[in-house]
Design a binder for this molecule. Sequence first.
Ligand code: ADP
Length: 622
Amino acid sequence: MSATAETRKFEAEVAQVLHLVTHSLYSHKEIFLRELVSNASDACDKLRFEAIAHPEWLADDPELRIEIAVDRDARTLSVRDNGIGMSRDEIVANLGTIASSGTRRYLESLGERKGEANLIGQFGVGFYSSFVVADRVSVVSRRAGEAGGVRWESDGKGEYTLADVDAPARGTTVTLHLKPDEDEFLQDWTLRSLIARYSEHIAFPIRMQKAKEGDAGGEWDTVNSASALWTRPKSELSDEDYQGFYKTLSHDYSDALAWTHNRVEGNQNFTSLLYIPSKAPFDFGNARDERKGLKLYIRRVFIMDASEQLLPAYLRFVRGVVDSDDLPLNVSREILQQNRQVERIRGACTKRVLDLLDKLARDDADKYATFWGAFGHVFKEGIAEDATNRERIAKLLRFASTKSDGATPTVSLDDYIGRMPVGQDVIWYITADSYAAAKGSPQLEALKAKGIEVLLMSDRIDEWMAGYLTEYAGKKLRHVGKGEIELDAEAGERHKAAEEAASDLVARLKELLGERVGDVKVSKRLTDSPSCLVLDEYDMALHLKRVLKQAGHDVPGGAPVLEINPAHALVKRFEAETDPARAEDLALLLLEQAQVAEGAQLDDPAAFVQRLNRVLLGTPAA
Ligand code: ADP
């Protein structure tokens, strides 16, 4: 061994990934090829980008390419690129540790999802997937601009070796020594069909040697289309082309739901190809700050993933490519942040996505429902985030309602307005913890009795969104559980009479409930239930207050108002009760059942149960 040779241990997490990969990826073992080709393509992209500053790195061998070669006697398969390459330090950092944030997140998420380890196939674990089909992998690499190369080798069990080697040219060669029963990956047609399936739209030529009987190999030919698909005219592209490119781009197994491909020419020229996936990637959380999937190219050169600069956060589910003719190649992330041209591209991309969603909503309700199910909760953020497009975004919202079937959100604000009876000028909605709590809320009773539709909102984000969506198409939106409800003149008269008749009753309740309530009032909302809680028009909904409190925040606002229904038998019973202890039991139960109906946790559930039992059994109060 030379002085430069050494053996090192993998970082503990790598060993864990390798173990998982080799044991759970078996049903998708062929994805290793997609991963290696994708790494090779990234390496070519990086070189082309770095060659802007160092043209000599590219000049000696300017045709960037990926080569796949097999050696049937040695039973090896290798993937070679003439891209950026890796130095010794880079190889240690990239292949000896968990370099990919995706893989790291995958590992973390396995905490709760151990049983779904086969999901790893959909996830892409990059280079390490080689060990599913190989019992030994060697990587020889030479960094562009450096003289010597480095060889990394491992059996994927816990250690790897490193040695300095002579590498004839820049780039990386990954060689897999196939396991005994993996001969299929030595077959020419297997490899060609895998490339067609997964890597057809890689923008660099992927070349293979023509199979020749009894010979080490014949001529090389290119096995993919190797063009930047987005630069081709729409008329030449089929749906299969678009779907194939989507899969190469996103590593998604499923088809995209829809896409929009546009070329803008004028004082600024750029091309955009934007996709809406059909389902959320499995690690698509609410991480607004870590966004990926929209690639910025400048005159065909990949610059960086610039999702954050090119689209607002509420469209972070979009995948695709933007290729600008005008931006300077040496653009940095900081410059992108405040560049007027980029701002215009961002505005145009946002408009394209909204146009696409409009079209989907109009022409294909099923697809739109799929979109809404996967990304609706993210899209809603746009109401707050994008004031310019608020009306357009609002048009695309979907809700459950008292007039739709089940919890699936299918009702648009336009549907709602179209069904509004003459004389109604407000769009009513309610927010709650769950669909059931919203649908069953006593606050809806009077509106329901009058046949007025109410939108039922139960996404966490809804209350926040509604704060920004105060009006649509000239109609105010109002929460049924907040503020005064104005009914027609006749009902107003009746209410006034009821209030007068119940004034003693209300005064007694106030006295008994004290600080627990902000006030006690005769309700205009209730028809069937004895009581409910309501808020001021500008108060935060109770379920949201709970969330904030649990998270340790100070929550503004006092106690909610208790509204009662004097016509209800339980309220009548309270009114007639002469025993002070029993009257107190009944008063508290009126409050507590309003809290339960609203989804709250009672302060003292045991006391509530005892109280309830005393009233049910008619036993004397404590
Ligand atoms: P990912 O591609 O998701 O980052 P991988 O495990 O596949 O994860 O690769 C880890 C890193 O190793 C890559 O991010 C890249 O920096 C480096 N790498 C892998 N293959 C190559 C290659 N062919 N040329 C240059 N660098 C590579």
